[in-house]
Ligand binder design. Structure first.
Ligand code: ADE
Length: 241
């Protein structure tokens, strides 16, 4: 069970995106909980302002420390001090997100995601509340929401109970460091293309060996970086060359 709290200026966007399909059902069953907390609700500014100019000049506005800090504190006050928690700021300046990180975060109890907008957030509040800075990739989005939604989805599906077919999270791409092998369904021949004969053989050991071979081939071709890591980790270079 993981509780996700997303601190954002666009709570509707986040909740609509995450309360559908598999994650929506997991929330309804109580396997995970997801809430969006509107940072604007916590500003002490009487006009509801949450941003201001940056010291030192330059284009764009910055999210101010006060509303961000109070929004985060309100979540911490509610969940209590004894729960294991991380506060994750989604930013292109963070560590690149990947499957092993998703797995690690899926074992926490409380995950608080902080979504920035405009030119970012006042550094002082980040220093006080953030435990992890994480990036979705080397490109810039208009805000942190889409990045946080992607991360919540990738983490939530690894929480026990969320996917009913437990095995599928193990065999899919990245589960063991390799891309997934190709898969086929009926009919046996489509557009003149046959399903690989071995998959019809009923010989499970042979099928498994073929799938591993295909996963290795695919990874070597498409993601040589992952292939190298896998071969090193399994000490296979000497055996395969
Ligand atoms: N906010 C804007 N761009 C982002 C990115 N690439 N990753 C995480 N958060 C972001």
């Amino acid at each position: 069970m993981v509780d996700f709290h997303i601190l954002t200026l666009f709570p509707d966007m986040v909740m609509q995106g995450l309360h559908t399909s598999i994650l929506g059902r997991a929330v309804d069953r109580g396997d995970i909980a997801i809430e969006a907390v509107n940072i604007r609700d916590f500003t002490t500014d009487k006009h509801g302002k949450v941003d201001d100019y940056t010291y030192g000049g330059g284009a764009g506005m910055l999210m101010q420390a006060q509303p961000v800090f109070d929004a985060c504190q309100s979540v911490i006050d509610r969940i209590g001090q004894d729960r294991r928690r991380r506060v994750i700021y989604v930013t292109p300046q963070g560590k690149p997100f990947h499957q092993a990180m998703a797995k690690e975060l899926s074992m926490e109890e409380e995950l608080i995601f902080l979504c920035g907008h405009y030119e970012g957030i006042d550094e002082r509040v980040l220093e006080e509340i953030v435990t992890d800075e994480v990036s979705l990739g080397d490109y810039v989005l208009t805000g942190g929401e889409l990045a946080a939604m992607v991360m919540v989805d990738a983490i939530a599906r690894l929480v026990p109970g969320v996917l009913h077919n437990e095995e599928s999270a193990e065999t899919e791409s990245f589960g063991d460091g390799l891309l997934e092998y190709p898969q086929y369904s009926r009919p046996e021949i489509w557009h003149g293309k046959r399903v690989p004969e071995i998959l019809l053989s009923g010989d499970h050991a042979k099928v498994d060996a073929w799938r591993l071979e295909q996963a290795l081939l695919r990874t070597k071709e498409r993601r040589p970086d992952l292939y190298e890591k896998y071969m090193e980790a399994h000490d296979l270079y000497n055996q395969r060359g």
